[in-house]
Design a binder for this molecule. Structure first.
Ligand code: NAG
Ligand code: NAG
Ligand code: NAG
Ligand code: NAG
Ligand code: NAG
Ligand code: NAG
Ligand code: NAG
Length: 433
C-alpha cells in the first residue's frame, strides 16, 4: 500500500514542476511575439512580426509554429513576405480591385515558408519551416520573422489596432494579449544611425507540460558496475495502451505513416513495458580514485519521428565538477536561487549525433561523462550516484522508485521484484479508473 501511495505521489510530482508555466530551471524562458509597426497611413500599414524563442532548452521542432490571432476590426492582409496564411478566406468584398488580398479571414493562421522559398518572398530570419532552436543550442536560429502589409475593408476607418487572442500553434503554450513596449530600434549605416518602429507590441507565450500532454514522454532506467541487474523504467511510465505500439522491427500501419506534414504526429512506439517514445539509460560505469564515469544513452522508440536538435537536461549534485564530456555538447546551467551547479544541458554534435534517428533499439545516442569527486560528498550509497531528474526536450522523464535503485553488494537484499509488481498492478488499476 505504501508503494502504491509512492507511485501516486511520484506521478503527481513528475507532472507538477511546470504546471504554472514557471520553470525554475529556466526562469526567463518564454516565447515572445513582437509586432513592429513600420509604416502606417489610413487603410495601409506595414508590420514586421518576430517570434523569438527565449528558452534555454525548449525548442520548436517540425511541423513548426503555426501562429494565429483575432483581428479587432475587419482587416485584410494584402501581402505577406517570409510566411503565408493557410487559407485566403472570403475576399469577395474586393472583387473589383486589381489584385485580391492574401487573406481576408478574421482569424488568420500563418505558417513560416519552407527553406528554399523564392528569394523575393523571403525576409531575414524566415523560411525555416517554423522550426526554432533553443537559445543554448543555437543563438541564430531561435528567431523567426515575417512582414505583412495590411489594410481594412471598405466600410472601416482603417486605423491600426493590435489583434488579440494569440496562439502559437505548438502544444503546451498559452499566449497573453499583446502590450505596448518601447519601439524597436534598427541599426543602419554600420551602426552609426538608428531608426525606430512607429510602435511596438509584445505578447508572451509560456509552456506547461501538463497542457502539452497528459502522459509523460520518456523514462529512465539505471544500472551500475557494482550491481548485477538493470533497474528498468517503471511499467507503463508513458501509458497503458498496447494497441498503439508495434513489435520490434515492424513498421506502423500505412495509415499512420501517411500524415499531414503540418500536424504533429502522435507517437507510435515500439512495444515495451514502459511504452515511452524516449528511453534514457544511466549507467555508473567506472570508479577511479578521484573521478568516476557515467554513460548516458538516449534511445528513440517512436516509429514516427527523428528527433532533430534533441537535448537532455540532467540534475545531479556532482555536475558541479564535470571534467570531460564525450560526443555531446555540454553547458552548465545555474538554476535560480541555488548555490550549487547541479544542472547541466547535453545536446548532439552538429552533423554527428544531433539527430536521434528512428530505428528502434539502434536509434540511440550516447555519451560518457567524467566527474571529479568531491571527497566530502561523493558516495555510491543510497543511490547518490543516480540523477535526481532528467528532462528530454524539456519534458520530465519518469524515474524508477528510489527503493529499486541499484545497491552496493553488501547492503540489504533488494525488494525490486515486489515493487515492480506493485507498479504493474497500479498501471492496470489506472486503466480501470
Ligand atoms: C463573402 O463576403 C461577402 C461580403 O463581404 C458576403 O456578402 C458573402 O455572403 C460572403 N460569402 C460567403 C460564402 O460567406
Ligand atoms: C472598428 O470598426 C468600427 C465600425 O466598423 C469603428 O466604429 C471603429 O472605430 C473601428 N475601430 C478601430 C480601432 O478602427
Ligand atoms: C485579450 O483581449 C480580449 C479583447 O480585448 C479579451 O476579450 C480577452 O479576455 C483578453 N485575454 C486575456 C488573456 O487577457
Ligand atoms: C528518419 O531519418 C531517416 C534517415 O535520414 C529516414 O530514412 C527516415 O525516413 C526518417 N524517419 C522519419 C519518421 O522521418
Ligand atoms: C558537499 O557537502 C557540504 C557539506 O559537507 C555541503 O555544504 C555542500 O553543499 C555539498 N555539496 C554538494 C555538491 O552536495
Ligand atoms: C556555476 O558554473 C558557472 C560556469 O561554469 C560558474 O561561473 C559559477 O561560478 C558556478 N557557480 C557555482 C555556485 O558553483
Ligand atoms: C572536483 O574534483 C577534483 C578531482 O577529484 C577535486 O580535486 C576537487 O576538489 C573537486 N571540486 C569540487 C568543487 O568538488
Amino acid at each position: 500500500m505504501l508503494k502504491l501511495l509512492f507511485a501516486v505521489t511520484t506521478i503527481l510530482f513528475t507532472i507538477s514542476p511546470s504546471t504554472h508555466g514557471f520553470d525554475p530551471l529556466d526562469p526567463y524562458g518564454e516565447m515572445i511575439i513582437k509586432w513592429d509597426l513600420l509604416q502606417s497611413s489610413p487603410g495601409h500599414h506595414t508590420v514586421l512580426v518576430k517570434i523569438e524563442n527565449k528558452q534555454e532548452y525548449r525548442h520548436v521542432e517540425k511541423p513548426g509554429w503555426k501562429l494565429s490571432w483575432h483581428w479587432v476590426n475587419k482587416t485584410v492582409i494584402w501581402d505577406m513576405r517570409g510566411a503565408e496564411t493557410t487559407e485566403q478566406g472570403n475576399c469577395s468584398a474586393f472583387a473589383s480591385s486589381e489584385t485580391l488580398p492574401h487573406c481576408c479571414l478574421r482569424r488568420p493562421t500563418i505558417l513560416d515558408l519552407l527553406p528554399g522559398a523564392p528569394f523575393n518572398m523571403q525576409v531575414s530570419n524566415c523560411c525555416r519551416g517554423g522550426v526554432l532552436t533553443s537559445m543554448s543550442q543555437d543563438r541564430i536560429n531561435h528567431v523567426s520573422a515575417f512582414r505583412m502589409t495590411i489594410g481594412s475593408f471598405p466600410d472601416d476607418p482603417g486605423e491600426f489596432t493590435m489583434p488579440y487572442d494569440f496562439d502559437i500553434g505548438v502544444p503546451g503554450y498559452t499566449c497573453s494579449n499583446a502590450t505596448s513596449v518601447d519601439p524597436t530600434k534598427y541599426s543602419t549605416d554600420k551602426g552609426r544611425r538608428k531608426t525606430q518602429a512607429l510602435a511596438t507590441w509584445e505578447a508572451e507565450c509560456v509552456y506547461s507540460q501538463t497542457k502539452s500532454s497528459q502522459s509523460p514522454k520518456c523514462c529512465v532506467s539505471l544500472s551500475a558496475f557494482y550491481y548485477q541487474n538493470i533497474v528498468p523504467c517503471p511499467t507503463c511510465s508513458c501509458g497503458f495502451s498496447s494497441s498503439n505500439c508495434v513489435k520490434p522491427g515492424e513498421m506502423p500501419p500505412l495509415l499512420e505513416q501517411k500524415h499531414d506534414p503540418h500536424v504533429e504526429v502522435s507517437p507510435v512506439v515500439q512495444c515495451t513495458n514502459h511504452m515511452c517514445p524516449i528511453h534514457i539509460h544511466w549507467h555508473v560505469k567506472v570508479n577511479y580514485k578521484k573521478y568516476w564515469r557515467v554513460k548516458i544513452t538516449a534511445t528513440n522508440l517512436n516509429k514516427m519521428k527523428n528527433y532533430s536538435d534533441w537535448n537532455l537536461l540532467v540534475l545531479h549534485p556532482n555536475l558541479n565538477n564535470v571534467t570531460q564530456v564525450f560526443s555531446f555538447n555540454y553547458k552548465p546551467m545555474t538554476p535560480l536561487h541555488k548555490s550549487i551547479n547541479d544542472t547541466g544541458m547535453f545536446w548532439g554534435l552538429k552533423f554527428y549525433n544531433d539527430v536521434l534517428l528512428q530505428a528502434g533499439e539502434l536509434g540511440n545516442v550516447q555519451t560518457e561523462i567524467l566527474l571529479g569527486k568531491d571527497i566530502g560528498n561523493f558516495t555510491f550509497k543510497n543511490g547518490w550516484a543516480f540523477p535526481r531528474r532528467i528532462l528530454f526536450n524539456g519534458d520530465e522523464c519518469v524515474m524508477p522508485s528510489p527503493d529499486d535503485y541499484p545497491r552496493l553488494p553488501n547492503s540489504a537484499s533488494s525488494s525490486s521484484g515486489v515493487s515492480s509488481f506493485v507498479s504493474f498492478v497500479f498501471c492496470f488499476l489506472l486503466l480501470l479508473v
